[in-house]
Each structure stands twice: as structure tokens, then as C-alpha cells.
Design a binder for this molecule. Structure first.
Ligand code: HEC
Ligand code: HEC
Length: 385
């Protein structure tokens, strides 16, 4: 079985293929159920939510996939697992004996790699570069933009970026040359690795990888990549899984600002010392077409006093019938008449007015919102108390 810490690094596609072909990756399965049982966090710090009545939150979950007991497939044999478990690890696991020179590597490279990866691994079109110059120097560009956003970089190629050389060996043997992977001998892979180290201007244990260099397993394991400590969290070592969990359990480790409680601020937070830049008059004339320099705020129509507004609408739209005797409408100001009306309850009064009743047209025939109409009714009622 794959050990858990190694599963982290094993290529996802290999793991998925094993799972598909053999009908279940049993360690993974066991892990899933134990995680559920203990309510642990997932590897990246996520919470495993409980399944209640077949759902987590609003989503249905196929619980049979978590309980194990696949009904198809079978246990992989030890040899089947061995055949897939061919990753090459930084500690040398999986790295065979072998030998290859920079010179031989160059020949194989010219024959099988240059068409895509360009001269000296400089890359071509959308095919990645394998080197861009001195790896130790280029590794420094990974930080440039944090320090100074206008600086060059980051340059991410094998030499400057990859934390472990074992990945190079593994990648070339299992993936290259595209699309004829797994056609290289182990010695050719050593030779190609030597050549790529050479184009990245690297040294091994203080010795420069020059044109004469011959690489073998022993020397390969001494390679120290410039960016070996450049990744967080550190997934190397036997406790990598626990280490990664611990790392993600603390948000301060990945970007949450470390603010002291005393510095928290909800109001008047801008300290007087903070410089605020303002565009000065005439200071923005470089724009084409020129930006407007008009500073006036748009004119806001004065909001009318609601009482005055109601009076005006009344006079415009209601007074012709409600203003004087003889129209069959209750006259505004006629207290007994309006008392009789409001006795029915305002809800009814509003409704009669809105729908229209007897000689009263709906909304008095005026184009008013329901609320506005009601406010005019209120005005008439109040003026008649
Ligand atoms: C037909 C084109 C082609 C040929 C030939 C080829 N490669 Fe590649 N190589 C690729 C592509 C495409 C990628 C990127 C794959 C990806 O990122 O998924 C790649 C990626 C790589 C990488 C990883 C680079 C990185 O930074 O991610 C290495 C190392 C590499 N190739 C080595 C070789 C070597 C050595 C040979 C010759 C034995 C070779 N390749 C031949 C197309 C090719
Ligand atoms: C065309 C004439 C006319 C106009 C214009 C008019 N009304 Fe009336 N209104 C009437 C008549 C007639 C009545 C009495 C109806 C009845 O017998 O119940 C009435 C009754 C009412 C009542 C009392 C409803 C009830 O419950 O008995 C309200 C409230 C009212 N009008 C509000 C308004 C408002 C507000 C306006 C203006 C937006 C308006 N009216 C415009 C003719 C009019």
C-alpha cells in the first residue's frame, strides 16, 4: 500500500488510475471513513461535515462510497501495486543505479528533446523552458516582486524553482519525451539530468556540473536545489501529513494578517500621519480625452416638505370635487362628514378611495402611487379634524 505521506506526492493521475483500474484504493477509502469518524480536518484544513439523513447541508451524499465495500473490482495484488508505485523520492527511494554524462545527455537531448524544449532547454512556443541560466541567481527572482513589485521575475524553471531533483529524474523517465514516454533507459535519464543540471549552471557538492561531468546515483542524491526551502508548508519527512495539517490549522500561517487586538479599528482609523494624495486643479490634463475637472456635485432637487406636497396634490387633483359643496363629495374641513367616513376604519377609507366608490373615481382619477394617494387621504382627514 502507498504510505500516506508518499500519497501526497504521488501524481494524482497515477493514484486515480490505480483507483479506477483496480476498483478502489483501499488505504484512501480507509482514510476517508476514519476521518469521518474522528471529525478530523482534511489535509488542507477543511472541515469534514457530518452526514445527517443522507445530506451534508443541502447536498445529498452517496454514503455507500464512504463506507467501503465496493461491489466491483478486486484487491490489487502486491505486484500490481509495485508496478504502479514507481515514484522516485528525494531520499533515493525508487532511484535506480545508473550513470550518464553531460556529453551523452546533450546527444540524447538534441535527438529527442530539442524539437520541443529548444536549444539548451530555452523553451519554444508553449513548450516549457528547462533552464534560463544560473539557477542559484534565478532563484532569487522568486522573491523580487514581493520586495519590489516592478522588479523582474519570478523565473520558474526546474533549476530555480523545483525543490527536489528527484522530480526531474522521475518526470523525464515517466513522462518524456512526449509523446513517447517510458522509452528512455535509466542511463539516458541520468545523462539527460546531467545535461539539464549543466544548462542550469548548477554544482553538486561544490563541484560544478561542467561539460565533462558524469552523473550517477550517488552524486545525484547529493544535489541540493536552490529552492529546497522555498515551499510552505514543508511536506518533506516522515511527519509530513501531520505537519501539513498543523500548518493549515493555523490561519496565521497562510496570509491572515497578524493584528494585535489593540490595533483593531472600527472608526476614525485613518491616522493623521497617513498621506492622502489628491488630484490638484489642472493636474490631470494629460488625459486624452481630458478628464472633466468640474468639481460641482450634481444639483439635488430640494425635497419638498411632505405637508406642502400633499396640499399641492390635493389642490391639483382632489379639490375640484372635495373643495366645495355641491359635488356630492365630502368637503375637506367638514368635520362631521369626515368623522363619519373615518368611523369605518382607515383601511376601508383607503380602499374605497383607491378602488373608487359612487362618484369617487379610483384614486380620484389622479396618477398617484398607492402610498402617495394614501398620504393625500391622510392630509384631507387631518385637515378635517
Ligand atoms: C513533443 C514535445 C516534447 C518533447 C519531444 C519533449 N517534451 Fe518535455 N515537455 C513537453 C511538454 C508539453 C511539457 C509540459 C507538460 C505539462 O506541463 O503538463 C514538457 C515538460 C517537460 C519537463 C518539465 C518542465 C517544467 O518545468 O514543468 C521536463 C523536465 C521535460 N519536459 C524534459 C524533457 C526531456 C528530457 C525530453 C527529451 C527526452 C523532452 N522533455 C521531450 C513536451 C515535449
Ligand atoms: C371627480 C370628483 C372627485 C375627485 C377628483 C376626487 N374625489 Fe374623492 N370622492 C368623490 C366622491 C363623489 C366621494 C363620495 C363617494 C361616496 O359616496 O362614498 C369621494 C369620496 C372620497 C373619500 C372617502 C371614501 C370613503 O371611504 O367613503 C376619499 C378618502 C376620497 N374621496 C379621496 C380623494 C382623493 C385623495 C382625491 C384626490 C387624489 C379625490 N378623492 C378626488 C369624488 C371625487
Amino acid at each position: 500500500m502507498f504510505k500516506l505521506d508518499r500519497k501526497l506526492i504521488i501524481s494524482a493521475s497515477v493514484a486515480a488510475t490505480v483507483a479506477l483500474l483496480i476498483g478502489g484504493c483501499f488505504t484512501e477509502n480507509a482514510m476517508a471513513s476514519s476521518v469521518l469518524a474522528k471529525q478530523q480536518l482534511t489535509i488542507d484544513g477543511g472541515i469534514v461535515y457530518p452526514i445527517v439523513e443522507g445530506k451534508t447541508g443541502p447536498y445529498y451524499v452517496d454514503e455507500s462510497t464512504l463506507k467501503g465495500g465496493y461491489t466491483n473490482g478486486r484487491m490489487p495484488t502486491a505486484n500490481e501495486i509495485k508496478a504502479w508505485d514507481k515514484d522516485v523520492m528525494a531520499d533515493g527511494t525508487g532511484l535506480p543505479e545508473g550513470e550518464g554524462s553531460v556529453e551523452d545527455g546533450e546527444a540524447v537531448y538534441e535527438a529527442k528533446c530539442v524539437s520541443c524544449h529548444g536549444d539548451f532547454g530555452s523553451g519554444s512556443g508553449s513548450y516549457p523552458a528547462l533552464s534560463k541560466g544560473n539557477a542559484v541567481e534565478l532563484q532569487k527572482t522568486l522573491k523580487n516582486q514581493r520586495v519590489n513589485p516592478d522588479a523582474d521575475g519570478p523565473v520558474r524553471v526546474f533549476g530555480s524553482y523545483w525543490p527536489q531533483a528527484s522530480t526531474l529524474w522521475w518526470y523525464i523517465r515517466d513522462g518524456m519525451p512526449h509523446p513517447m514516454s517510458k522509452t528512455l533507459t535509466d542511463d539516458e535519464v541520468y545523462a539527460l539530468s546531467a545535461y539539464i543540471l549543466y544548462t542550469n549552471e548548477m554544482s553538486i557538492a561544490g563541484e560544478e556540473v561542467d561539460e565533462e561531468y558524469v552523473l550517477n546515483r550517488e552524486k545525484f542524491l547529493k544535489i541540493k536545489m536552490p529552492n529546497v526551502d522555498g515551499f510552505e508548508p514543508n511536506i518533506a519527512g516522515p511527519n509530513s501529513l501531520q505537519g501539513v495539517r498543523k500548518y493549515y490549522a493555523n490561519p496565521l500561517n497562510f496570509g491572515v494578517a497578524k493584528i494585535k487586538p489593540a490595533d483593531r479599528c472600527m472608526k476614525d482609523c485613518q491616522k493623521p500621519t497617513v498621506q492622502v494624495s489628491r488630484i490638484q486643479n489642472g493636474g490631470i490634463s494629460d488625459f486624452l480625452p481630458p478628464m472633466s475637472t468640474v468639481r460641482d456635485l450634481p444639483v439635488v432637487e430640494e425635497v419638498a416638505n411632505p405637508q406642502d406636497e400633499a396640499k399641492k396634490i390635493y389642490e391639483d387633483s382632489c379639490k375640484m370635487c372635495h373643495g366645495a359643496d355641491g359635488m356630492g363629495a365630502p368637503v375637506v374641513g367638514d368635520k362631521p362628514a369626515w368623522a363619519k367616513i373615518t368611523d369605518k376604519g382607515m383601511a376601508t377609507v383607503y380602499k374605497n378611495g383607491l378602488d373608487g366608490i359612487n362618484g369617487m373615481p379610483p384614486k380620484g382619477g389622479a396618477d398617484l402611487s398607492e402610498d402617495k394617494f394614501k398620504s393625500i387621504v391622510d392630509y384631507m382627514v387631518n385637515t378635517s379634524k
